[in-house]
Design a protein around this ligand. Structure first.
Ligand SMILES: [Zn+2]
Length: 94
């Protein structure tokens, strides 16, 4: 087997794959032997990430996802995803 075949087996192409908000559109220049992918975010921004960052779920957007959840948290004044059994909510007793 050619060395190139080994490489493509070990590092399958991520082109066209979607990771949350990111769609891989182009292979970018590798850094430190790691493949870097140019991704198109749903918000319109471009973002570069390595294969590992994408497949492991470390990167899900250009960064706008975090900003969004922060904004939501600020707007509602609480974390919509955590339901505390003791905190805040007045219990109805009828
Ligand atoms: Zn984005």
């Amino acid at each position: 087997m050619k060395e190139q075949d080994y490489r493509s087996l070990r590092h399958p192409s991520q082109l066209g794959k979607i990771f949350s908000r990111l769609t891989v559109v182009e292979q970018s220049k590798s850094t430190k032997g790691k493949r870097v992918w140019l991704c198109q975010c749903e918000c319109g921004n471009k973002h570069r990430a390595t294969t590992y960052m994408l497949t492991s779920g470390q990167v899900k957007s250009c960064g706008c996802l975090k900003t969004d959840s922060k904004l939501i948290a600020r707007r509602t004044g609480k974390n919509p995803y955590s339901l505390s059994p003791t905190g805040g909510m007045p219990s109805k007793t009828e």
